[in-house]
Design a protein around this ligand. Sequence first.
Ligand code: SAM
Ligand code: SF4
Length: 336
Amino acid sequence: MTASTVPMIDPFGRTIDYLRVSVTDRCDFRCTYCMAEDMTFLPKKDLLSLEELDRLCTAFVEKGVRKLRLTGGEPLVRKNIMHLVRELSRHLKSGALEELTLTTNGSQLARFADELADCGVRRLNVSLDTLDPDKFRAITRWGHFGKVMEGLEAAERAGLKVKINAVALKGFNDGEIPEMLRWAHGRGMDMTVIETMPMGEIDADRTDQYLPLSLLRARLENEFTLTDIPFKTGGPARYVEIAETGGRLGFITPMTHNFCESCNRVRLTCTGTLYMCLGQEDAADLRQPLRASEGNELLHAAIDAAIGRKPKGHDFVIDRRTNRPSVSRHMSVTGG
Ligand code: SAM
Ligand code: SF4
């Protein structure tokens, strides 16, 4: 492999060294804020093969990507996904890639945690919005809380560092966040809370779900001592340390505090479409240059052209007048 010495830099001077790959749009859950209950998924024939996904990811690594995250849909429900993880792990071994990681709902972790660790995965983000099994069922529609807990235990045993991601949902889990914090920090896991974003048609009304994290933070301050810290994981979260638990809490605030100025990432879908911004519709087709030749020259040129039109940022809005998603695709297409 010929690793590029020239980093990818977008029109706003931001270095792009992080690729998120949605390896499938399918999922074994139907979280109410993410999907409609009755979803139409892509026909299987439209998906890139695992070999093609490997080639695409490798092209990005050649162009300076240092961190790769597999997401979805649920990445661990894609057939033979561990084949891709194992193939990609060669870039960890060569030193071209600093980190290979996943965002998962945890349902399949009991099966895969050991193998993930064996492939060089060190950290995982596990999405979990509640510790109450009944509420868990209500929010995921199809998920089993017990299986996720087994998955977390398997991840711990395998030595994987887990961060819990919770979407803050008004009237659903806002009252529970203190308990979740104590639970996560008690098990040595960091936690991040996320504002719900207006992506894709869902059955619920997003204005009913949306909770500005500034409000949540103010409420947490009644119970805990929060200290801002400069800790960074290369993402948009701003972290505080909680004196009472000794753990870290991240806030991802796409709605109340736009963090686009430090954006370092692009997102690839399982059909080879590259989204340069989570909150914009513009995209570049990489499948055509991928399939047009066996070498990577066309692909590299298409990636350069795409990075050359990465937009400045998103324009998410959630309010009663704008009763439509800001972008029509669901989060599961790009994986958050
Ligand atoms: N299935 C995996 C999971 O749930 O972790 C990976 C894909 S999921 C789309 C990635 C993250 O996006 C999850 O943490 C989920 O909670 C979050 N998410 C989904 N829809 C969202 C929305 N409309 N606003 C904010 N976060 C959302
Ligand atoms: Fe599936 Fe993740 Fe979306 Fe939930 S948030 S429906 S687990 S893709």
